[in-house]
Design a protein around this ligand. Sequence first.
Ligand SMILES: *Cc1c(COP(=O)(O)O)cnc(C)c1O
Length: 437
Amino acid sequence: MATNPGSKRPRSTTLFERASALFPGGVNSPVRAFKSVGGTPVFIDRGVGPFIYDVDGNRYTDFVGSWGPLILGHADPDVVAAVIRAASLGTTFGAPTAREVELGELVRFMMPSLEKMRFVSSGTEATMSALRAARGFTGRHRIIKVDGGYHGHSDALLAKAGSGVVTLGLPGSSGVTPAAVADTLVVPYNDLDAMRVAFEEHRDEIAALIVEPIPANMGVVLPRPAYLPLLRNLCDEHGTLLIFDEVITGFRVARGGAQQLYGVRPDLTCLGKVVGGGLPFGIYGGRADVMDVVAPSGPVYQAGTLAGNPVAVAAGLATLKRLDEHAYVALEGLSRVLEDDLGRAIRRSGVTARLQRVGSAFTLFFAPEEVVDLASAKQSNTDHYAKFFHGMLERGFMLPPAQFEAAFVSLAHTLEEVNAFTDAAREVLTSLATSAP
Ligand SMILES: *Cc1c(COP(=O)(O)O)cnc(C)c1O
């Protein structure tokens, strides 16, 4: 596409050189480095509504939304006002505040399975703490996770599958010891037989099954009908806690998250992203009897100097207050137009690709068949994704710089941006089809 992507972005290029001397790979979170699509990252100066502007003054319609939090778009006036108001009254106290109670009650109202909860500062903390609570409550050690599911970067959850269908986890990262993942079983998504085997082979050992009810970190993958209800049954049969990691899906796919959409009540839920309104925030919570094992009510230790930070709580509260039923109808309407038009563009271009979507979260997989798990996700042509990404970038559209990620529509997007997006995508897909070997 662009002959020299850096030419439109000299400042980004220079900043990336300086950043590379400071930060590993030049970034503070790996996927930002553009490693899987090639090129160098775009440095962002500011955002407003559905748009972001880079340090060279280029504008992009943003479908990344900071990887999920920005359901209202960038610099939403309500959120900005709430943040300024809160910050001007003091940024942290290390003591309880009234707004924490207000936010907690609103979260419980929107997602009733969170009878009790604890505020933390990231999704990673939420999942790692939920596991500790589950192990403390059940007195068991082992956990099950789904292959390709992402639950933040704590050791026990950075496990990958071995060669069998059900395997004890292998370290999914250098620096994670075999001991740290020795109690983590890894099972393919959407595979009930494998899940049954995992439970049978480790009877009375499984403290928790943690799962993204709709995985979004291998790209958006939908649960097969009855998959989630049957996970619920399996957990009940075996005295295992069901943990839904709704860090992405919570307040994104429905007002009450995936658990509302599929009518399955988990024992514990992990939240982050949207619930922090763009500030560092997370929640874990669920059954009151389980949450009561957490200190100081119970023996499971977990704490945070900045947990329930007043500025983050204000941003979360301002965001959730806007998420009424109309908001989800609007998001669904807009996202459906995107799905329909992009689907048509794919078919006309003849490129092998498919759009997978739930609500305002979507992934364009360059895959030959429906993606149902990590193995089918890996069938994707990542070269095509990289070309598509750069083609869209040059036309002023920011997508996730990696195939196996979700893109997002926000309430700040309008039909105009969605139409412009699908028009540009049609062009890029057509050029992909003609340039294909
Ligand atoms: C982003 C994410 C996390 C980790 O949240 P951080 O705030 O990045 O630590 C955990 N689980 C899921 C499903 C996520 O998408």
